[in-house]
Design a binder for this molecule. Structure first.
Ligand SMILES: Cc1cc2nc3c(=O)[nH]c(=O)nc-3n(C[C@H](O)[C@H](O)[C@H](O)COP(=O)(O)OP(=O)(O)OC[C@H]3O[C@@H](n4cnc5c(N)ncnc54)[C@H](O)[C@@H]3O)c2cc1C
Ligand SMILES: *[C@@H]1O[C@H](CO)[C@@H](O)[C@H](O)[C@H]1NC(C)=O
Ligand SMILES: *[C@@H]1O[C@H](CO)[C@@H](O)[C@H](O)[C@H]1NC(C)=O
Ligand SMILES: *[C@@H]1O[C@H](CO)[C@@H](O)[C@H](O)[C@H]1NC(C)=O
Length: 501
């Protein structure tokens, strides 16, 4: 093998004395466009900068606010997480970003959980650990323990991706990412419902309906018909040690943008088109023309590589791919609407089946899949900034509640759910895919040098999953640019890594 240091020195002269790797013979890209400055786009900028070095120009287009679905709302002078809020302790990319950007993690206070079926609580947590264990065993046998092992197994497989990415391996489709994590059964879980997967694994139907469905409803606004992979990701959200970022999760996006030295263009990308351009040295090259609109009107820029870091569904991004042959397929599958309503007030416990005085001080209420319910979950929340004076909230007895529902709450509904309230603010999201397996996942490679990070959302939508896909796209685009095919879609990577060490 040729030493790469020797090759690098040779490349400074003329690379003829010995066979050089493709890297020295191929010019680096001049310009890369990223569309979307959510966690996917900003982490892509960060990883692309790491891979391609300091000379490539990276433009990041954003039509709204940096952060995208990581956003805060302000109510009574405090900021609350309105979109993606909780991060798992084993989410390594998010953890690393927070550390490297000098941010700090924040853990929410322990909440007592209740599960409401439209008439009564089917499950309430107690302050006493032992009572919880007895209740769980009494009602559900060993299902809770089995769920813990089920999630553990999924996380074990998911975490293999970090090692592969550390050793520069990339994948050309979301299916092959999942396959590399956990083999055929794992990748096929996107084509089964979580209901099917858990029944097959021996969980009781009662447990699935009363415990699993409520977790799916609060995390994804949908019941147990969502796919097995996103279902397992969602169950990981019942683990302990979940955290968020002090000051707001979107600070990770602004931090990554700054650290990547990408150029933020505040504007809407309308279309992408391939153009042939003459080279100074003779011959031609193919570039992508990105058409966008800013407050100064319509403009265009040319790029070597284009990275789409937003869902391509209509209503979300409305980007057109003009005159591609064969055409780049359009994505018509719908996103699920979820409304987050923040209410500062007093919960009407009798409405949720606990006549006053309700003995439980529940602060997290999940619901079973009952079509008569107009909300999916209610949880007490605290501002993104840790308060110095802890006394202020205790004195009034009023809490700030976050209600998730598929439709905006009417004032009649608010009056049923709350005995009294004095501030309400809501945010409507096209939140995550409406999962309806089996479905073919969208491609990552949309065209020769156009990549789609959000393909992975159809397997599971979560911050860490976006960052995993962003790093994969950074590696994939790099290896494809320099023709390093041995770093793409390899089988048995673990064995290869061992032999590389
Ligand atoms: C209510 C809610 C709760 C959630 N809870 C959690 C949670 O607890 N934990 C978790 O991990 N995940 C959670 N998620 C999911 C998580 O927020 C998302 O998976 C993640 O933020 C998606 O990031 P992204 O960068 O892929 O997309 P986005 O954040 O949507 O970023 C895409 C960006 O592209 C921009 N854009 C779109 N079209 C164009 C265009 N044509 N030109 C220019 N810019 C464009 C958009 O304005 C947007 O800023 C939640 C999501 C919601 C909505
Ligand atoms: C609370 O819920 C009960 C039971 O559904 C309902 O009758 C009442 O109107 C609600 N509102 C208040 C303010 O108590
Ligand atoms: C899932 O099903 C779709 C259509 O039924 C199929 O095209 C796709 O290959 C399947 N995916 C996996 C990972 O098996
Ligand atoms: C991967 O490893 C397995 C078992 O170690 C082996 O049977 C298989 O042929 C390997 N596949 C490739 C493509 O090397």
């Amino acid at each position: 093998m040729h030493g790469s240091a020797g090759c690098l020195i040779a490349a400074l002269f003329v690379c003829t004395l010995h066979v050089c790797t493709a890297e020295e013979l191929i010019n680096p890209p001049n310009k890369i466009a990223i569309v979307g400055a959510g966690i996917g786009g900003t982490s892509a900028a960060y990883f692309l900068r790491q891979k391609f070095g300091k000379h490539v120009k990276i433009d990041l287009y954003e039509k709204g606010e940096v952060g995208g679905r990581l956003a805060t709302v302000e109510m009574e002078g405090n900021l609350y997480e309105a979109g993606g809020s909780l991060i798992h302790p084993l989410n390594i990319h998010m953890k690393t970003f927070v550390k490297e950007l000098g941010l700090s993690p924040k853990t929410p206070s322990g909440d007592l959980l209740g599960i409401y079926n439209g008439e009564e609580f089917v499950f309430q947590e107690s302050e006493w650990f032992l009572i919880n264990v007895i209740k769980m065993l009494w009602n559900y046998g060993l299902n809770f323990l089995r769920m813990y092992m089920f999630v553990e197994d999924m996380l074990d497989k998911f975490m293999r991706i970090y090692r592969y990415q550390t050793f520069d391996y990339s994948f050309s489709s979301t299916e092959s990412i999942l396959h590399a994590m956990g083999g055929k059964e794992f990748s096929e879980s996107v084509n089964k419902t979580i209901d099917e997967v858990m029944q097959k694994a021996g969980f009781s139907q009662r447990f699935i309906d009363e415990i699993v469905a409520p977790a799916m409803r609060t995390n994804y606004g949908q019941g147990v018909k969502i796919n097995g992979f996103v279902g397992a990701v969602s169950l990981a959200g019942t683990d302990s040690g979940l955290w968020s970022v002090e000051g707001g999760n979107k600070l990770v996006c602004t931090g990554l943008l700054y650290a990547s030295k990408a150029n933020l263009i505040q504007g809407t990308v309308n279309s992408v088109q391939e153009k042939t351009r003459p080279l100074k040295s003779g011959g031609t090259t193919k570039l992508y023309e990105v058409n966008f609109e800013t407050s100064n009107g319509g403009q265009l820029e040319m790029y070597d590589i284009v990275i789409i870091a937003t869902p391509l569904n209509s209503g979300f991004s409305d980007i057109k791919f003009l005159a591609f042959d064969p055409p780049i397929e359009t994505f018509t599958k719908p996103y699920q609407q979820t409304v987050a309503t923040f209410v500062h007030g007093q919960l009407n416990y009798s409405f949720i089946g606990c006549p006053e005085p309700c003995p439980y001080e529940l602060s997290e209420i999940l619901t079973t899949d009952n079509p008569n319910l107009f909300f999916s979950s209610i949880g007490a929340v605290s501002p993104v900034k840790t308060k110095q004076d802890v006394d202020s909230s205790r004195s009034s007895g009023l809490k700030v509640w976050k209600v998730f529902s598929p439709e905006p709450l009417t004032s009649d509904q608010l009056h049923l759910l709350f005995k009294s309230y004095h501030a309400v603010i809501s945010k409507t999201w096209l939140a995550y895919p409406h999962y309806d397996p089996p479905k073919k996942l969208p491609p990552i490679i949309l065209h020769d040098r156009i990549y789609y990070i959000n393909s992975i959302e159809w397997a599971a939508s979560a911050m860490e999953v976006s960052a995993v896909s962003a790093k994969n796209v950074a590696l994939l685009s790099y290896h494809r640019w320099y023709g390093k095919m041995e770093k793409i879609d390899q089988e048995n990577i673990s064995e290869k890594i061992k032999s590389e060490l």
